[in-house]
Design a protein around this ligand. Structure first.
Ligand SMILES: Nc1ncnc2c1ncn2[C@@H]1O[C@H](COP(=O)(O)OP(=O)(O)OP(=O)(O)O)[C@@H](O)[C@H]1O
Ligand SMILES: [Mg+2]
Length: 467
C-alpha cells in the first residue's frame, strides 16, 4: 500500500506538539504516529543523530572523516543539503554505520526518495545523564538551597548562575537542588563538561586554556538542544568554565529551547540578559572566644562540616576543651571553604588539629588532598578565580590582601568605583565580610593572601600558577 493512499497528504513540521496527537475514526491508528511514519528526515538531522549516538564531537568526526570541522557544521546546520557522495561515504565510515544506515544517509543526502529514512526508524537522540546523588548530606547552606529552588520554581528564572571559587560547594549545592526537584517530579538533565562532578575539577583546569571540547560533548549547544527536546524542563550545567568551542552557548540554548530553565555553576557569571547570580561565599566560621559551648560550636556550619569529615577518619573524635580552640582556629584560618576543611580533616589523620594549625602557615602541601587524588590544590584553584577578575579589581585585591579588614570607603582611595570593585570581589568569592563584630568590614580570603605571599616569591609563583 502506497504511503500517499493510507496517510493522505498531511504535511506538518517535525516538532508537532504532543497535544496534537489524535486518532482517526477510520483506522484507530494515532494520527501523530502515522504522520511520523511518513515524515522523512533531512540529512542534517540524520547526521546529528548518528554523531550524537556515536558520542563523537564535531571536531572528532571531522578528524575521523578527514573533512573540515566547518564542513561538518555546514552539514549539521542544513546550510549544505546535498553533500558530495564521497563525503557521505567518509562520514558513514567514520560513524561506522551499517549497510542500511549507510544507504539511508546517502539517500537523505540527495538519492532517490524511496531510500529516505522514515522518522520512526531514526535512532532517538541520546538522553542526558541524570544528576548524580549528592556526595553526602548538605551541611549548612539551607538558605542558599532555598534561594536556588525559589529562583527556579517560584520566580521561574530561566538562568541561574551559582558562582564562587573552586571548592566552595557549587556542585554539592546544585546536586542537592536537583535531588529535591526530581523528588517533586521535575525532569532534570545533567551536563558536566568538566568530568566527574564529585571530584575537585582537575579536568576543567586542564581544559580551561585549551579550548578543546571534552570527548562526547559535541558541538555543545546543538547536541544539548537535540538531547533536551521535550524531555527536560531543567538543565544543570556543572563547571563549564573552559573558554572555547566546547563551552555551552547558554544564550543560544535558551533561545532554541523556549521552555527550558538552566542552572549553571562556574567561577564567574555568564553576563547574559535575565541571568540571576547566586554567589556562594565561605561558610560561617565561629568567632574567637576564651571558652566555647561545644554543642553550640558544633552547629556553626564550618565546624559541623569539619567534624563530619573528621569522624569519617577518626570516628571517636569529639570537641573537647583541649581541641576546640584548634578546630576553631582551623575553620577560621581556612575561611570556612568546604574543600579546604575536607583536606584539613584528612590531614588530621597525620597531625592532631593543634599541630596542623601550627603548621598551616608554613606548609602549603596541607592545602592539597591528602589522598593525592590528583585534583587541584586550593591555591591553584583560587589563582584561577583571581585571574578571571578585571585587572583593576586584581590590583585592589593585592592592595588590601595583607590588611586584617577594611571598608568600602578604604577602597575609595584605590579605585574610582569602590562599590563596583567590592561587588566584583564578593561575587567571585575572593573576599568576605569580616564577621559580626566588625559590621561593614571585609577581609580577603586567607587562600588569596597565601597566593599573594607566594607571588612575591618569584621561584614559587610560576609553579603555583602553572597547574
Ligand atoms: N554544604 C556542604 N555540605 C557538605 N559538604 C560540602 C558542602 N559544600 C561542599 N562540600 C564538599 O566540599 C567539597 C567541594 O565541594 P564542591 O565540589 O561542590 O565544590 P565546587 O565549588 O563545585 O568546586 P569546583 O569549582 O572545583 O568544581 C566536596 O567534597 C563537597 O562534597
Ligand atoms: Mg564543582
Amino acid at each position: 500500500m502506497a504511503h500517499g493512499d493510507t496517510y493522505g497528504e498531511i504535511t506538518r513540521p517535525l516538532n508537532v506538539a504532543p497535544q496534537a496527537v489524535g486518532k482517526t475514526a477510520a483506522t484507530g491508528i494515532p494520527l501523530r504516529e502515522r504522520e511520523r511514519a511518513r515524515e522523512t528526515v533531512p540529512f542534517a538531522d540524520l547526521l546529528k543523530r548518528h554523531r550524537g549516538r556515536s558520542g563523537l564531537t564535531q571536531q572528532q568526526l571531522a578528524d575521523f572523516a578527514t573533512l573540515s570541522v566547518r564542513a561538518i557544521r555546514d552539514l549539521e546546520s542544513g546550510r549544505v543539503r546535498r553533500p558530495r557522495r564521497e563525503s557521505v561515504g567518509l562520514l558513514a565510515d567514520a560513524l561506522r554505520l551499517g549497510d542500511t544506515e549507510r544507504l539511508q544517509l546517502h539517500a537523505a543526502g540527495g538519492s532517490p526518495t524511496h531510500l529516505r529514512v522514515p522518522l520512526h526508524e531514526l535512532p532517538a537522540p541520546p538522553a542526558l545523564p541524570e544528576p548524580p546523588a549528592p556526595p553526602g548530606a548538605l551541611v549548612g547552606r539551607e538558605a542558599e538551597l532555598q534561594v536556588l529552588l525559589d529562583q527556579v520554581t517560584v520566580h521561574r528564572h530561566r538562568l541561574v548562575s551559582v558562582v564562587g571559587i573552586g571548592g566552595i560547594g557549587k556542585t554539592h549545592l546544585v546536586l542537592a537542588a536537583a535531588q529535591s526537584l526530581r523528588a517533586k517530579g521535575w525532569r532534570v538533565g545533567w551536563h558536566a563538561p568538566a568530568g566527574d562532578p564529585l571530584c575537585c575539577g582537575a579536568t576543567s583546569a586542564a581544559g580551561s586554556r585549551s579550548g578543546e571540547p571534552p570527548p562526547g560533548a559535541g558541538g555543545p549547544a546543538d547536541d544539548l538542544v537535540e538531547a533536551i527536546g521535550e524531555r527536560y524542563e531543567l538543565l544543570m550545567i556543572d563547571g563549564d568554565d573552559a573558554w572555547g568551542p566546547g563551552r555551552v552557548d547558554i544564550g543560544e540554548l535558551l533561545r532554541r529551547c523556549p521552555g527550558l530553565r538552566v542552572v549553571v555553576t562556574g567561577l564567574t557569571p555568564r553576563h547574559l540578559p535575565g541571568e540571576r547570580v547566586l554567589p556562594l561565599t565561605a561558610m560561617t566560621v565561629p568567632e574567637e572566644a576564651r571558652d566555647y559551648d561545644h554543642a553550640l560550636l558544633s552547629e556553626v556550619a564550618s565546624v559541623a562540616l569539619f567534624l563530619s569529615h573528621m569522624r569519617r577518619s577518626r570516628p571517636g573524635f569529639r570537641l573537647r576543651p583541649d581541641n576546640a580552640h584548634a578546630v576553631v582556629g582551623l575553620c577560621r584560618w581556612l575561611d570556612g571553604v568546604p574543600r579546604a576543611l575536607e583536606y584539613a580533616a584528612g590531614w588530621c589523620l597525620v597531625y592532631p588539629p593543634e599541630l596542623l594549625l601550627a603548621r598551616a602557615g608554613r606548609d602549603s602541601s596541607l592545602l592539597s588532598s591528602p589522598a593525592g587524588c590528583g585534583c587541584q590544590d586550593l591555591l591553584r584553584s583560587v589563582a584561577r578565580s583571581v585571574d578571571i577578575v578585571a585587572e583593576r579589581h586584581r590590583r585592589v585585591l593585592a592592595e588590601v590582601a595583607d590588611r586584617p579588614h577594611w571598608t568600602v570607603a578604604d577602597l575609595g582611595r584605590l579605585v574610582p568605583d569602590p562599590a563596583a570593585a567590592l561587588h566584583a570581589l564578593l561575587v567571585h568569592g575572593l573576599v568576605r565580610p569580616a564577621g559580626a563584630r566588625l559590621p561593614e568590614h571585609f577581609t580577603v580570603l586567607q587562600l588569596v593572601r597565601l597566593l599573594h605571599g607566594r607571588d612575591r616569591t618569584p621561584t614559587t609563583t610560576a609553579a603555583v600558577r602553572a597547574g
